[in-house]
Ligand binder design. Structure first.
Ligand code: SAH
Length: 365
């Protein structure tokens, strides 16, 4: 759980002055060229400009369902909050403000880049917080090491951040060429490329079906097994090409709205999502969190989870409903909470988000 110092990968910082990266035309296109977006401190006006276009500035993340989360979980002064997925700190900053002056925020993230960015943002808010590079499945152990009786709020905003998706070097995006890595935590052994090289046809096909809801899971899995016999599938662009071939789509066809289908989802999106969940063993961590949460919450404590995929939402919904039936929780949300039309317009990336919450009884029986 110890934080390990890690070299920053942004263009900002460092003592030597760097020249502005050169790019053709009037606007930067590549992630690395967006040096103004990557350094929000130096160029705050660029952040607003990019957000007004419904885009996420490079190297940042726009928090989803922020008001809904705060309204439902109602953080109060003096409370102890665990933000399991601190990311860029969007929710954490708001929690920290609301639990001031005597509250305490404990944040987790497996990604050291996220921890460093969030640390800088939280430090500007002030108040008591500690950030831990580690899997949120360890929230129980942390209570013991920090000598706390329990959390008042446990919050998780699952999946990857825009910071991770938009950086081509991380390999999460079908939009940019990069190595097929997809590890949120560099300590994980197998990258997406490793899994594509070693899993059987059955394993691949079922992962795409279960974790991606990909209707063409068999065809894509068969292609992977065929192709890897002659060429390793090592780059995001290799995988995108393979998926388009397996679906019988022309290489550039997905750019046309008619082919992208309802909601404009890219033909490779579901496969990329399934691989990412598999590489990072995301459902196992979520199941562990849901199992541990009732023991880690104080009386009257609340848990809230934002998920972006039907498999995750199903786990959350059942854990809360079962908890209600067993008397572990006193109340759970009746309906799933979704982004408002305004939020969808301002941040289209919020579209798949689903939020659910549960509350423990105010007194133990
Ligand atoms: N709420 C944040 C965004 C969170 S994005 C904000 O508004 O800024 C999700 C983050 O969770 C990512 O940074 C990812 O690295 C992290 N993450 C995903 N699974 C995790 C796990 N099992 N344990 C800890 N962190 C995890």
């Amino acid at each position: 759980m110890e934080h390990e110092p890690q070299a920053q990968n942004t263009l900002a910082g460092g003592s030597e002055k760097r020249r502005r990266p050169r790019y053709p035309g009037t606007h930067p296109r590549q992630f690395e060229q967006r040096y103004k977006e990557l350094d929000p401190e130096a160029h705050p006006e660029i952040q607003e400009h990019v957000r007004a276009q419904g885009r996420t500035p490079a190297g940042t993340h726009v928090p989803v369902l922020l008001n809904e989360v705060m309204d439902s979980l109602a953080p109060a002064p003096g409370e102890i909050v665990a933000d399991c997925t601190v990311g860029y700190g969007g929710h954490a900053v708001e929690f920290l403000r609301r639990i001031a002056p005597n509250g305490r925020l404990i944040g987790f993230d497996v990604d050291p880049v996220a921890i460093e960015k969030a640390r800088a943002r939280l430090a500007r808010v002030g108040g008591s917080f500690s950030l831990h590079r580690g899997n949120y499945a360890g929230i129980g152990k942390l209570l013991a090491s920090e000598r706390l009786a329990g959390y008042d709020i446990i919050f998780a905003d699952l999946g990857v951040s825009s910071m991770q998706i938009d950086d081509p070097a991380r390999g999460f995006s079908y939009k940019h060429d990069g190595p097929l890595d997809m590890r949120m935590d560099a300590r994980i052994r197998s990258t997406a490329a490793d899994l594509l090289a070693t899993l059987s046809f059955e394993q691949l096909s079922s992962a795409l079906a279960v974790l991606g809801d990909e209707p063409d899971h068999e065809r894509i899995a068969r292609r992977i097994v065929q192709q890897r016999a002659s060429h390793p599938i090592a780059r995001t662009s290799d995988l995108v090409r393979l998926i388009l071939d397996a679906k019988g789509l022309a290489r550039r066809a997905w750019r046309q709205p008619a082919v992208s289908g309802a909601g404009g989802i890219h033909p490779a999106a579901l496969t990329f999502q399934a691989l990412r969940i598999l590489v990072n063993d995301e459902l196992a961590a979520l199941s562990q969190l849901l199992r541990m949460a009732p023991y880690c919450l104080r009386t009257g404590g609340r848990i809230g989870i934002i998920s972006f995929h039907s498999g995750e939402d199903r786990l959350v919904k059942h854990a809360f409903k079962d908890g209600l039936r067993a008397g572990v929780y006193a109340a759970v949300c009746e309906e799933v909470v979704r982004p408002s039309p305004q939020e969808l317009r301002a941040n289209p990336r919020s579209a798949p988000a689903k939020f659910r919450w549960a509350r423990k009884p105010h007194s133990e029986h």
